[in-house]
Design a protein around this ligand. Structure first.
Ligand code: A2H
Length: 253
């Protein structure tokens, strides 16, 4: 584990259409606010390849007022951290509008900033930790082995995971080229390590390490404003662009 705080980027994924269950739960409770699922990522440069978003089915989320205009969906733990990082209107003050189960969020349609698929679905992931980030994970299956394997599982067994097949009818989008694995680093590493499901957590941890290092040290951007630029340089620049556009903010823990 890192010794200092981890500097995440909070990605604001605006709700376009609530799932029927979530719509019932939020009715009359958020005022005129725009509501965003907020995903914590360490790889802002991959946002061009978002295909969906993941929540944990055993996790409780809150909808927290940021001000009169915006509300964020994340864990209470993350909202408390945000309240001390200048993200809420009043420092240290948490205004929870409602609590909602992860399962209720599944099937909600949200915007995916900078992605070539502008609107994506909220889907279930088994390995989302309630104690890390916001509890919301934006999914980039081209570059994240966890995201790729989870999406693959959902495509194989949509009924078991209670997802509509149309929600998972998306393919990984090439974002970064690496010398060893080409344009689809995560799928290649998952194959190399013979990973079969999201339950293979030990191999997935190894895959994550390999894919992260390869992308960071040897990757080159294939798309977007920084096409052709090394990932080491593009990472910060894409992050700044997202923040300038009001689509993201710094979040640390
Ligand atoms: B990353 P670290 Cl393309 N539970 O974002 C499980 N995983 C979580 C999480 C949670 N509560 N909150 C965030 N994460 C994921 C993109 C990405 C990420 C890519 C490649 C690798 C990667 C798209 N998903 O992470 O333990 C988020 O996924 C591997 C480093 O703090 C976040 O960044 O190192 C990353 O894990 C944070 O993990």
């Amino acid at each position: 584990e890192a010794l200092g705080p981890t500097e995440y980027t909070g990605i604001k994924m605006e709700v376009v259409q609530w799932s029927p269950e979530a719509a019932k739960a939020i009715e009359g409770k958020v005022g005129d606010r725009k509501v965003y699922l907020v995903a914590a990522t360490l790889r802002p440069e991959t946002m061009y390849g978002q295909t969906n978003c993941f929540v944990g089915t055993a996790i409780k989320y809150g909808v927290f007022a940021i001000n009169d205009k915006e509300a964020f969906v994340c864990t209470y733990r993350a909202a408390r951290n945000m309240a001390f990082q200048g993200i809420m209107a009043v420092r240290g003050q948490i205004n929870q509008l409602l609590e909602i189960d992860g399962t209720a969020l599944i099937g909600t349609k949200i915007k995916a900033p900078f992605s070539s698929i502008p609107e994506v679905y909220v889907l279930p992931m088994e390995n989302v930790l309630p104690t890390k980030g916001t509890g919301v994970v934006t999914s980039v299956p081209s570059d994240s082995p966890d995201d790729f394997q989870t999406l693959t599982d959902l495509k194989k067994k949509p009924e078991f995971y209670k997802v509509d097949p149309s929600w998972v009818a998306v393919d990984p989008i090439p974002v970064i080229s690496t010398p060893t694995y080409g344009e689809m680093t995560a799928p290649a590493v998952v194959k190399q390590l013979k990973i079969q499901s999201q339950k293979d957590t030990k191999q997935l941890a190894e895959a994550k390490e390999i894919a992260y290092k390869e992308g960071f040290y040897n990757g080159t951007m294939l798309v977007g404003e920084f096409k052709g630029v090394p990932v080491q340089e593009a990472k910060q620049r894409v992050r700044e662009k997202l923040i300038e556009a009001g689509l993201a903010f710094p979040y640390a823990e």
